[in-house]
Design a protein around this ligand. Structure first.
Ligand code: ZN
Length: 454
């Protein structure tokens, strides 16, 4: 019974989500213990109790309705390598993934890219994430890049495709075309900003690429993983190249002056709290961001390293901020912010994510006029009922098993707990074929019962 046709949820037809507990994440709209959400023409038309509409409806009693999560940095092409680097430290990951002609990222075919991106996008939808920034990499040839774009468009996910350089460490293919190929990509795939998948540029902190992004009015996503990279960022800021169009990923180990530069120029921050801790790349920038008045967004990084659902990220961030803050207070160090609440965390997973993706005018809250990107969570499940605290239930108690219905741009893409019109076993089969090929071409060992660590 997962056919959304039953309540008209397959496109432009209006429908109403009835009788749910609504967390709009927009203070002007507010929260409701019981309310309805009217969707029409792909947008949210109204939010409130007992809306008058004769459109077909989906009964959401016992459900929590909220905006879809936003994942502000992911590398979906790596999906076939799921969990390979679960034991890795930063050096293991960077050397095994890219050092040498046979390193993983250099033996990917366009078909591997397609299935990685496609399966990764479906996984995001299934876990309640409706918008993802795909800082793609593995752009070895234009065919690789096209495969990534094709897969994202086919998936139904809202995505910012941040066209990024290949991972260095081997000789580039003669047809490698970053960043010049960005114009062809825009003309071929991303001519409108109204579509579900839109274009941005990904780049390290690099003057030439950052100028190119400014010239083309593209937003910029950059990994900033250490102090030296942060200082380089400050230099580019001196050239007028930093602003609200920048999103900085990880922000580990940054100098105070770099944090001040990011805050002063209105930059956005994307923190992968779990992976930053497990890879030991440095303490996540959660507390420094807050200390500088920056509201961070959450991201998962690649599924080769860890889980890519936002429930995990929310809990990792919540635990980290509270424990670190307390540690500081006990040590008598200055503490500039309060312990976060679960509502703060939920805000970072939704509207702050939308800001970091530069899409907050379109998504991130249940605001009439915005795109209908909506998440319906089952609160009658044993891990959630009874709901005594709505934000707490989502952030501390729920997981992907509670994701019942997902709507993107007014189209129901998951319903009754299952993706709509997706052949999951066929996708899993394609992923297995892909990883078998990648492993055989890379000559890397399987790590089923061992560790990737040397
Ligand atoms: Zn990354």
């Amino acid at each position: 019974m997962n056919d959304p046709e039953q309540f008209g949820g397959s496109g432009a037809n209006p429908f109403v989500l009835r009788n749910g507990l609504v967390l709009s994440m927009d203070p002007r709209v507010g929260d409701f213990e019981t309310a309805d959400v009217l969707v029409q023409d792909g947008r949210i038309q109204a939010v409130g109790p007992q809306l008058t509409s004769d459109a077909p409806s989906l009964d959401c009693a016992g459900r929590i309705i909220l905006p879809g999560f936003v994942n502000s940095h992911h590398h979906m092409f790596q999906t076939a390598l799921r969990g390979y680097w679960a034991d890795a430290l930063s050096d293991d990951y960077f050397s095994q993934s890219r050092q040498g002609d046979k390193a993983f990222f250099h033996v990917y075919t366009p078909e591997d890219i397609y299935w990685g991106q496609y399966a990764g996008a479906l996984e995001q939808i299934s876990s309640g994430t409706t918008t993802v920034v795909d800082t793609s990499q593995c752009t070895e040839t234009p065919e690789h890049t096209d495969a990534a774009a094709d897969a994202l468009i086919a998936s139904g996910l809202r995505c910012v495709y941040a066209y990024s350089p290949r991972a260095h460490g081997s000789r580039a293919h003669p047809s490698y075309a970053y960043p010049a190929d960005v114009d062809r990509l825009r003309d071929t795939y991303f001519s409108s900003d109204d579509q579900l998948v839109t274009l941005a540029l990904g780049s390290p902190v690099d003057e030439q690429n950052w100028r190119l992004a400014r010239e083309r009015d593209l937003t910029m996503f950059s990994h900033v993983n250490d102090e030296a990279t942060g200082l380089q960022l400050e230099k580019l800021s001196g050239l007028g190249l930093t602003g609200p169009w920048n999103t900085y990923i990880h922000c580990t180990g940054l100098a105070e002056s770099t944090w001040r530069t990011i805050a002063r120029t209105g930059g956005h921050v994307s923190l992968s709290n779990l992976v930053e801790q497990t890879l030991c790349t440095g303490l996540p920038g959660m507390q420094p961001a807050l200390d500088h008045g920056i509201q961070p967004s959450f991201s998962t990084d690649a599924v080769s390293l860890g889980p890519t659902d936002l429930f995990t990220q929310m809990r990792a961030a919540y635990a980290l901020q509270r424990s670190r803050r307390q540690e500081r207070a006990i040590a008598g160090e200055p503490v500039h912010s309060d312990p976060l609440t679960t509502r703060d965390i939920l805000r970072m997973a939704t509207i702050e994510g939308a800001r970091a993706a530069h899409l907050d005018h379109r998504v991130g809250s249940l605001t009439p006029g915005k795109q209908a990107d909506i998440l319906v969570l089952n609160a009658l499940a044993l891990n959630a009922a009874p709901v005594n605290h709505a934000a707490g239930a989502v952030v501390m108690l729920m997981d992907t098993s509670n994701v019942e219905t997902v709507i993107i741009g007014g189209r129901v893409v998951k319903h009754a707990g299952r993706l709509v019109r997706v052949n999951v076993p066929a996708v899993v089969k394609a992923l297995q074929r892909s990883v078998d090929g990648i492993l055989s071409r890379s000559a890397a060992p399987r790590v089923l019962f061992t560790s990737c660590r040397a």
